[in-house]
Design a protein around this ligand. Sequence first.
Ligand code: HEC
Length: 507
Amino acid sequence: MMALGDYRLHDASAEIYTGYSLTRASQADPILVKQIRDALRPLFPSADKHLNEESARLLAMLEDDDASLLRKIASMWSKESSPTEDVHYLVVFSRLRGPRDETLTQQVAAALLGLHQKLQGREQRVKQVWEERLGELLENLLRRDSKLAGALLKHRGFIDPGNVFLAARLDLEHRKQAARLFLAALRQDADFAWSGFLVDLLSLLPAAEVHPVMRGQWSNFGLREAILLRLAEKPDAVDRDKFLAGLESNQQQVLNACLGALDQLPRDDTPRNLVPLLRLLHRLEQEPKERALRRHVLNLLVRQAGKPFAIDDVATDSTRLKRTYAPVYTWFTKQHPDLARALHEEGDDDPAVWNKLLAAVDWSKGDALRGEAIFRQRACQTCHTGSRALGPDLTGVATRFSRDDLMTAIIYPSRDVAPAYRMNVIETRNGQLVTGIVAFESADGLIVQTGATTTVRIANDDIASRLPSNRSLMPNGLLKDLKPEDVADLYRYLQTLKPALKDKPKK
Ligand code: HEC
């Protein structure tokens, strides 16, 4: 490896090939390369684990084309092999040029699909990065084996919530087939675990088939934004309330989708339905840069209310913007005095509302089981447990925090955000603002986690600026519409998240 220029640590053709490609392989003397190959091939496999790993790695770096080598590599995958080793040999396999036959294709499919189960057993933390890397690996495996996609779909381990992200990497035809398979599984198993990947995959099928299934998941807060993005692609008037609810989102992408959907629906002048638009407009006054969004909201307001407003949005600070839009609120308050309160009250972070709720809670009456259901429904589960946790582990949280502080952390997530969880605001060259946690950074771009189940990819060339934000990825309003009993249940459940008792205090 050293003689051939050593590991390539930067700008590998794929992120997973960092450490599996060489810096100067192309300039190497072909005779030397042949000598190296001839010396290496008989070394693999040996009785030495490390020799195996490294000789396979070097053969992968050289993109060896020996037919029998593929079979030997495939023999490294078994029920007992560790997932780390499996991935190593899958990456190696993807670089080798030898011919694939049906047996090999099957073995690759089984190794890939087996990873999820193996990792689950070990309770290792699998981050977004892992899915990104495995996805990249799959793309490279597919490039060398046209039968692999079909083999994956046929494999009986394929239909598993943990494999949906793999389906996302297949070609369109196979993605559609996968979507059909997962849809059938959803219909059979009411407990099938949903994910943002699943919502995206299903959106390949006709709206008439999948939108009803997605609507059925509306009570799951963690999926709402992903679902809204899909429903907005083919807006239906039955979803009007959902699009209006979506206007509370912090994500520009979701706001644009909901506003666009409302544009396409028949005009609706119900005064109550103007309130979410006005509230959004009010919120956008705080962000002078969001001029395009404000214009969109205003146009929609004009259409729905049937009242033209002469607004000249030129101010660059929020105080003046507030004055600019004041006539809109004056008009609305005069027309609908009964609704005027709704404009400013019951905000997601109105302390008066929350204090009233908390004061009514009988903390001694909590039921952990019901609390767990709320934990799942309100998406706490999506962000705080399992392999892709975006937020901190909540084990022991009820002992680390006083009850008041705990409720504060849940109701006002952005009051105190640990540095590790700060979001970034990324402005793209065409003026879009994307706010989220940078989940993956590679040579050509970023993947930004913008919500519990939504991500946005941005190419490096499209990034105009990247600034830290003080806001939390955890959204406001997660306890909205809960009754005092529900809050007691949730608290009771959080109290049960105790660390495993490893070191019992000695008496
Ligand atoms: C979109 C993802 C997301 C959702 C949904 C979410 N959280 Fe969070 N949560 C986070 C992140 C990220 C942090 C860390 C940053 C912060 O403190 O706000 C956090 C922090 C917390 C904290 C503070 C923990 C600590 O150690 O500082 C608590 C408590 C908490 N969340 C509880 C909940 C509960 C209860 C729910 C459901 C009602 C919930 N979260 C839903 C992402 C989420």
